[in-house]
Design a protein around this ligand. Sequence first.
Ligand SMILES: [Zn+2]
Length: 387
Amino acid sequence: MKKSILALVIFSFFASTSFAQQTVAANIEKVKKSDNSGSWFDAAPSPAPRKAKNIIIIIGDGMGTAQVYASVVAQKGNSNFLRFPFSGFSRTYSHNKYTTDSGAGGTAIVSGHKTDNKHIGVLADGTPVESFLTTCHNLGMASGFVVTSSVLDATPASTYAHAPYRKMFDTISLHMSQCGFDVMIGGGLSNFRPENRKDGLNPLDTLIKRGYDITYSIEEMKKSSSNRLVTLFCENYYGPVAPGRDPILTEGTKKALDILTKNPKGFALMIEGSQIDWACHNNDAAYMEAELADFEQMLKIVLDFAERDGNTLVVVTADHETGGLVLLGGDIEKGKNECKYTTDGHSGVMVPVFSFGPGAETFSGIQNNIDILPKVYKAMGKNITIK
Ligand SMILES: [Zn+2]
């Protein structure tokens, strides 16, 4: 009895396998007959990959993976970081240090060159290098930046200035007045006043002569109808976003997009959440989370735009991590993090890279900070040489 059951089971197995094979074979025949292009297994020709017409590089100054996760938790699952389809890591070391500063870190991201700490837009030997904003401007695209620090601070300065030392504000502001970008939004007015300068020059006059509308508040910025706009919100640096700072990051980003999208050749934009770094230098978790919440709102504006547009590559990364932040615990449902900082300076850990839009898939894996820009140019489908 047992033998006959076993025989039946074995027979059924082979019979069903044979039936399955016949069914597959029949289906293959059907596909062959319905396919007019010849061999049935040839992949259908894939459409030409989309090219990135517009480029937005966003830098969270000092924003490592722990800072990003703190924001994901604080947003209780509604974080805009979760909207990026691709992510990777960036190695941030500078030309002369294991741990980079913002000058060398910013220069590496926006120009594709490693340099010494404290340098802005120059190689270690002083040779000037060109940022993606300058390159895109020279290609006839619109260009600009929005920051929550001074427009002369290391990260924005690395997009237009060339100086061996990041605090050379007289030189840096002159370079800004001559760079030709369409939109420049941040703080730092005092360094433009002749009475505060060793050279006694007036780079604001230069900007006005070059056709810029200079505005000094959010209201003035919003009202401006000029396509060449400089906004200098404060004398030096803004305060923290909570309490009291005007929504300069979100409103500045909206204004920049309004102006830059008018150029039919596309645009390049750099946005920096500058004070994540300052909060982490202060080992102040509440300050950090408030700056990250502000950063999240800016990400929402940018990603909503990029989703609608379909031709915009968005890359979000950091120049370095600040604070050596460790998340020891917390409450995910309540959006609470238990933050512990291990330094009041920068650390050398890899930082995240998030990407969205045409070419976004190329940013996954571990890359160097200087690998980001060549990938951006490749996504644009243009034969651009890193200079
Ligand atoms: Zn930095």
